[in-house]
Design a protein. Structure first.
Length: 242
């Protein structure tokens, strides 16, 4: 994505009904697609699970469903200000339920290598939202395994697919941990290049100017969801693809 506490939380279900036309479709695993190895994010939590953590995990599951419903099927690009306010209220609770203190490190230590994440919601108006002209495509973030071409610690690709993948734009980048402050765990994201593909064939690839980068503040990282806020003031929520 272009760059872009932990007190007990009272949980209340989101009361406002979501119109049927904005409800997300099923994210069931497609036939023939192997399930990925389970992530070790939970294993990196600072202490073994207790009753409170189990309750928080159950709350998080409900909140993720609420987030998907409230975000609609266009990555949040078509929401009204009232809709966005509702999404932000859901995200604020989600961010308070992060199960790990290593929100930045898991992006560079191999924990996320080989995982795919789909964009659920963003308030960005840029191409990272999947919106290109009048069209809104499917957005994925793919973390490369170490043995992949161009792979290594923190390497990932943002993928925007239009028309079922007929037209695809990819952005390759590398993330590195830069520290932690009152805002949260920070990653520096350095952009490598962008490429355009049609029917699976690469048309061209253009490198970014050397040193082009941005910053992510990781607000939530769990087995099923990642929430980051960029130095440009945008938020991205991405769900794990199995």
């Amino acid at each position: 994505m272009h760059a872009v506490a932990s007190a007990p939380v009272r949980f209340a279900p989101i009361a406002r009904a979501v119109p049927a036309h904005r409800r997300r479709t099923s994210t069931a695993v497609k036939p023939g697609v192997p399930r990925r190895r389970a992530s070790s994010i939970a294993a990196r939590a600072s202490s073994p699970k207790n009753a409170s953590q189990v309750i928080n995990a159950a709350k998080l599951s409900v909140l993720v469903d609420d987030l998907r419903a409230a975000s609609g099927d266009a990555n949040g690009t078509d929401l009204t200000e009232e809709d966005r306010s509702e999404v932000e209220s859901i995200l604020s609770v989600i961010e308070s339920l992060c199960p790990t203190d290593n929100r930045a490190e898991v992006h560079v230590d191999g924990t996320l290598a080989g995982t795919d994440w789909e964009l659920i919601y963003t308030d960005s108006a840029g191409n990272s939202s999947g919106k290109i002209g009048p069209f809104v495509g499917k957005v994925k973030q793919v973390f490369k395994p170490a043995d992949a071409d161009g792979g290594g610690p923190g390497t990932y690709t943002n993928v925007v697919e239009l028309f079922g993948g007929v037209f695809t734009v990819k952005l390759d980048a590398v993330a590195e941990v830069v520290g932690k402050d009152e805002a949260g765990d920070k990653l520096k994201v350095t952009f490598v290049d962008t490429s355009v593909w049609v029917l699976g064939n690469e048309l061209f690839r253009k490198p970014f100017p050397e040193g082009r980068s941005g910053t992510w503040v990781m607000k939530h990282v769990s087995e099923t969801l990642r929430v980051l806020r960029t130095n440009q003031g945008n938020v991205f929520a991405l769900g794990r693809v199995e």
